[in-house]
Design a protein around this ligand. Structure first.
Ligand SMILES: Nc1ncnc2c1ncn2[C@@H]1O[C@H](COP(=O)(O)OP(=O)(O)OP(=O)(O)O)[C@@H](O)[C@H]1O
Length: 221
């Protein structure tokens, strides 16, 4: 579904990602690697938050940036980066209003997603008064109402306690959408369909999670 061809990202004259050639079709894909290896940069390419310096990224054959932006959602490590409006309900409606959808459709989508994650009780709450875990669920809901085909999570559990981490991981496990998860928590990725290991801006491992994770651990010893 998503294809990277000879993708290079350079910043300040330095290569951050080099020669990425990869096709991604699996339902659950994990991305691992050391600090500064290029995972976030790679993940941000998935929905056009980052653009390649050269090479191409296509989603179902289309290289249009607007298709990537519309069909791939992105959940940040810190939900404050994506919650914009003061009331939960307004925040969830924001992207949908931009799409100029009828208000009945907007309401329907918000109600459906809030019910799916059992966060209906947060509907009228002030976003800045929510707990970290609640904010992360609202951020995820804000992505889901847009009905993306794929959702990329960049270390979404880092700021969460154990309880909320488990809750978010259950929510992620239940998603029908394709998921890409960047994480330092290797155990979260062992049940995934595929894990990609990035080192110094290159893919050095790619395949069955336990094998790729085992190699990553062996390299770090
Ligand atoms: N705007 C920029 N200008 C110069 N270098 C940058 C810029 N953005 C990122 N980098 C560098 O690119 C490299 C990869 O960064 P990236 O955030 O993708 O790594 P990461 O694997 O996600 O790291 P972490 O696990 O610490 O979050 C790092 O060395 C970083 O310092």
């Amino acid at each position: 579904m998503l294809s990277f061809s000879q993708v290079v990202v350079e910043k300040g004259g330095r290569p951050i990602l080099s020669d990425i050639n990869i096709d991604l079709n699996e339902k659950r894909i994990g991305i691992i690697g050391r600090n500064g290896s290029g995972k976030s940069t790679f993940a941000r390419l998935f929905n056009g938050l980052e653009k390649p310096s050269s090479g191409s990224i296509t989603l179902e054959g289309s290289a249009e940036l607007k298709d990537l932006r519309r069909k791939v959602g992105f959940v940040f490590q810190n939900p404050d980066n994506q919650i914009v409006y003061p009331i939960v309900d307004e925040d969830l409606a924001f992207g949908l209003k931009n799409l100029k959808l009828p208000s009945a459709t907007i309401k329907e989508r918000i109600t459906e997603v809030m019910a799916r994650f059992q966060i209906e009780h947060l509907k009228d709450r002030l976003t800045h008064q929510l707990s970290g875990g609640e904010r992360q669920m609202v951020a995820l809901a804000g992505v889901l109402v847009m009905q993306p085909q794929m959702i990329v999570f960049d270390e979404p559990t880092t700021l969460l306690d154990l309880w909320n981490k488990k809750r978010l991981m259950r929510a992620i496990a239940d998603l029908k959408e394709h998921v890409v998860l960047v994480s330092h928590d290797l155990d979260l990725l062992r049940e995934f369909d595929r894990v990609i290991h990035i080192e110094a801006g290159r893919i050095v491992g790619d395949g069955e999670p336990n094998a790729v994770i085992g190699d990553y651990i062996a390299r770090s010893l």
